[in-house]
Write a protein that binds this ligand. Structure first.
Ligand SMILES: [Zn+2]
Length: 120
């Protein structure tokens, strides 16, 4: 096993998911090779510091962000919702407007004009 081979197994080696035979080969190589031992050390450090990033966020994380966006956008985003109706569905409002206009148009089209007399 050469350096490149040994170093390519570091991820599995550190996780302990390396097959027994391969693990022994890597350990043998590490015992004889200072270069790869150093490499493994820095690999472990990197993985260790990455692991610290995986801390879970506090429960107030998302509400805090929403609150901040709400404040910085001067109430444009994440405003508290209306208790009764929720978000105004603009799709439905536009649909209702179109239907109202259509009804008005049809009523005007088919309505018989009154008070209009043909010229003599
Ligand atoms: Zn080596």
């Amino acid at each position: 096993m050469d350096h490149a081979q040994a170093q390519s197994t570091f991820s599995d080696f550190v996780e302990g998911s390396l097959p027994e035979r391969e693990r022994l080969e890597v350990e043998q190589h590490l015992a004889a090779c200072i270069q790869c031992r150093t490499e493994l050390q820095s690999f472990r450090r990197t993985v260790g510091s990455l692991g610290k990033l995986k801390r879970t966020a506090p429960p107030s994380f998302l509400p805090d962000i929403k609150q901040q966006i709400y404040r910085r956008s001067h109430g444009r985003f994440f405003a508290p919702r209306w208790k009764l109706f929720g978000r105004i569905p603009f799709e439905w409002i536009s649909l209702a407007t179109i239907i109202a206009m259509l009804v008005y148009y049809l009523a005007m089209l088919h309505g018989t004009p009154s008070g209009v007399h043909p010229a003599p």
